[in-house]
Design a binder for this molecule. Structure first.
Ligand SMILES: Nc1ncnc2c1ncn2[C@@H]1O[C@H](COP(=O)(O)OP(=O)(O)O)[C@@H](O)[C@H]1O
Ligand SMILES: [Mg+2]
Length: 326
């Protein structure tokens, strides 16, 4: 089917630099940047020194963040880390205690109505009308945005989210996973340029999770920026960039590849009649060559096994290391 959601913005994240150090940061610009100027900028979301306190409890403790346009950006963190608080602040649903934030160059609080037209927000718990059909729920969201081509657009998103067959059925007859798909259709109907998805894959079966991530990638390829929170560490691998939030602080910000390179690799060499020798090396391919060089492919080397840390193991050990430091 036709999946050109944003024909006016073709440059996807993959076509641009992944080098985090070269990213232009909006707050380094001397004066406030207009919304028009922002269209040429690489950043979709910029956050600086963002804090949020609930009474004496600090839920966000100075979050810094820069999300490039067209990226699938993963916000990882355990329950209570502050993920929903951060997302609510970015969509203008919550007033932070301090700091600055911009989404597509707009201030989420001051420019809320303008921003609502270009972003989609899928909250952690689905906000759907149970007695209405999937189609009518999507239509309701579309009419709130005053879409001129409402009927066609509703059909398009129902097809894109694979809901056409059940479009006329009432939501209360749907499984949890199906309801998630309807929620996604609702936030896509007005062609948003930035999507905020708060734990979209929580309590979703593995098959549907995989389909969700394929859909996210399709959207990003069309230039949509996706800001996705999850407490599932293995989902980091599916993102272009990842920030790990712990107790209101970003403790890791990297690409999945960069995180994997921080992990350890175990090379186990078995030699005839001598048992196994284990070498612990870094995550670079050159490290493996270096470790094997000493063997010179000797006749008595029967097998070489490489055991790499998984992304989840690396993230958890980085979190642990951080806990020791704090
Ligand atoms: N309205 C609120 N009042 C008081 N504390 C809150 C409120 N909302 C969230 N919190 C607390 O802030 C912390 C972060 O919550 P939240 O952003 O929901 O985390 P996450 O989405 O990562 O699970 C938690 O300790 C939570 O209990
Ligand atoms: Mg949450």
């Amino acid at each position: 089917m036709e999946q050109r959601f944003l024909p006016w913005f073709k440059r996807s994240y993959n076509e641009r630099t992944r080098d985090l150090s070269t990213r232009r940061h909006i707050f380094s610009a001397s004066a406030a940047v207009s919304h028009q100027e922002w269209r040429g900028c690489m950043e979709a979301i910029a956050v600086r020194a963002l804090t949020k306190s609930y009474g004496s409890f600090e839920a966000l403790k100075g979050v810094e963040m820069s999300v490039p346009q067209g990226a699938v950006y993963g916000l990882l963190g355990p329950n209570g880390a502050g993920k929903s608080t951060l997302i609510k602040a970015l969509v203008g649903a919550l007033r932070p205690s301090g700091g600055e934030m911009r989404v597509l160059g707009l201030d989420p609080l001051r420019d809320r109505s303008q921003l609502r037209r270009c972003i989609g927000y899928m909250p952690q718990s689905a906000a759907l009308y149970g007695d209405l059909s999937a189609r009518d729920n999507v239509r309701f969201f579309g009419s709130a945005h005053g879409l001129p081509d409402l009927d066609r657009r509703v059909r398009e998103v129902l097809e894109f989210t694979d809901l056409s067959d059940r479009a006329g059925d009432a939501i209360h007859t749907f499984s949890g996973g199906m309801k998630r798909r309807v929620s996604l259709a609702c936030v896509l109907v007005h062609r948003p340029r930035v999507l905020f998805l708060d734990e979209p894959t929580a309590a979703v079966d593995p098959g549907l999770r995989a389909r969700f991530w394929t859909t996210f990638r399709d959207l990003a390829d069309d230039g949509v920026t996706l800001f996705i929170s999850t407490h599932l560490m293995d989902e980091a691998l599916l993102c272009d960039e990842v920030a790990v939030l712990r107790q209101g602080r970003i403790i890791i910000h990297d690409t999945p590849k960069g995180i994997l390179e921080r992990g350890l690799t175990r090379v186990v060499v078995r030699r005839s009649g001598q048992g196994c020798e284990e070498h612990i090396i870094g995550g670079h391919p050159e490290d493996l060559a270096q470790a094997l060089r000493s063997y010179g492919l000797a006749q008595d080397v029967d097998a070489v096994e490489v055991r790499r840390d998984t992304l989840e193991t690396v993230i958890l050990s980085l979190i642990e290391r951080e806990e020791v430091r704090v």
